[in-house]
Design a protein around this ligand. Structure first.
Ligand code: AMP
Length: 143
């Protein structure tokens, strides 16, 4: 399945945050939305970076509770790897596994068009495998 088709199912909303907001704000956003990463946007392009729960855990380990007052800019990863709606979900799973991250923002014509998490990609692949299994079973039992 292509990323575009996944977004048709999942929706195209992307949770974003400004680089000048605090790590504490980012934690509240992640908690309220029940997600693992926010795309960092400053109006200069689709994404200036990404901040995930991993970055916040690392900042807390390094700075203790002082990490809460740091800015998103201080803990985010930049540049951010993005994909397009034409990429395949399987390709994306390989990329996420090899690069050890679990989120990839989707960019279409210079704008954020969605977010794919490793969970989304695995869900798609599992459903494809179920479909392939059913086709094979139907084929074998038609003999
Ligand atoms: P995650 O597994 O997505 O929680 O992220 C693990 C680390 O990779 C964190 O430092 C993230 O900021 C970073 N990261 C996550 N997604 C991306 C991405 N698409 N491009 C670059 N870095 C990323």
């Amino acid at each position: 399945m292509r990323v575009g088709a996944l977004l048709d199912l999942k929706g195209r909303e992307v949770a974003t945050i400004s680089p000048s907001r605090s790590v504490e704000d980012a934690i509240y956003e992640l908690h309220a939305r029940r997600i693992g990463a926010l795309v960092v946007v400053d109006g200069t392009g689709p994404a200036v970076g990404i901040v995930s729960e991993r970055d916040i855990v690392n900042a807390l380990a390094e700075h203790g509770s002082d990490a809460l007052a740091l800015r998103v800019l201080d803990v985010m990863t930049s540049p951010v790897v993005t994909c397009t709606e034409d990429d395949s979900c399987t390709q994306l799973m390989v990329q996420m596994t090899e690069n050890r991250f679990r989120h990839v923002p989707v960019v279409h014509e210079g704008h954020l068009a969605g977010m794919v998490s490793i969970g989304d990609a695995v869900k798609v692949r599992l459903s494809e495998l179920e479909g392939e299994k059913k086709e094979l079973l139907d084929y074998v039992s038609s003999w």
